[in-house]
Design a binder for this molecule. Structure first.
Ligand SMILES: *Cc1c(COP(=O)(O)O)cnc(C)c1O
Length: 238
């Protein structure tokens, strides 16, 4: 059982993250409203999501289909929540997520595109799609390689019930400073090179969302910065 979360720090943490988003956008000469904050609630209880909702958050990111479904059921009364799937999605789970997600950030194969579009169509929905890109071509990491991207973009633009909006990436864990900044820039350049060019970039987490915003992020995925450390790694990871 997850320990009861101490939510007293949530308002301050959220205020801090929001003001850092605004400051980073302004440094880059961007309107702060062009950056969407996705609160990553994996391994945090539904009560934490409800508390963030009450502070105005509407976009929540989850990594696991099972965990997402269960929290969504517990929070059925919050009708205008937008759920973002930010973890790897297997084609066989497309049917489960199609009725509930606003966006999937981890599209990485033609098979998944076909299956998710088919399942979304069956329930009369359009789902926003980001292609996950494995920028450094790390062998253990999910996502399309930069070379595989054009073909996958083409498949996605033809999928009737998915709306391709942008690219998503998680930079190599060891990269910091200039290397990290170049990595975000690499994603921005790749998005601009696609046909049609893609306008949105899902990049930046608690440790690096400000740099990501300076380099063009339109969706930042922030977990620990809002909800605190995830102390129970196994509890809800299903
Ligand atoms: C967990 C996770 C996040 C949030 O990470 P924090 O460091 O807690 O902000 C963002 N994106 C993805 C894909 C994640 O798995």
């Amino acid at each position: 059982m997850a320990p009861e979360l101490d939510m007293t720090e949530l308002p301050d943490r959220l205020r801090d993250v929001r003001s850092r988003i605004v400051a980073a956008a302004q440094r880059a000469g961007r309107a702060p409203e062009t950056v969407r904050l996705i609160a990553v609630s994996k391994r945090k209880p539904a009560s934490a999501i409800r508390a963030a909702y009450e502070l105005g958050v509407r976009d929540f990111g989850e990594n696991y289909v099972q965990e997402l479904s269960s929290k969504r059921e517990q929070l059925e009364d919050l009708h205008d929540i937008r759920w973002h799937l930010i973890g790897h999605l297997q084609s066989k789970k497309a049917r489960q997520v199609a009725p509930i997600v606003h966006a999937v950030h981890t599209m990485d194969s033609a098979k998944l595109v076909h299956e998710l579009s088919r399942r979304a169509h069956a329930v009369g929905r359009q789902i926003e799609a980001f292609v996950e890109v494995n920028l450094a071509e790390e062998p253990q990491k999910a996502g399309a390689t930069p070379g595989q991207l054009p073909a996958l973009v083409e498949v996605l633009t033809e999928a009737p019930s998915l709306r391709l909006v942008g690219l998503m990436a998680i930079p190599p864990a060891a990269e910091t400073g200039d290397a990290l900044r170049s990595r975000f820039r690499q994603l921005r350049d790749l998005a601009a090179e696609q046909s049609p060019p893609l306008s949105r970039l899902s990049m930046g987490m608690s440790a690096d969302f400000e740099v990501a915003i300076e380099e063009g992020a339109t969706e930042v995925r922030v977990g620990t910065g809002i909800f605190g450390a995830r102390t129970n790694p196994e509890a809800a990871a299903g």
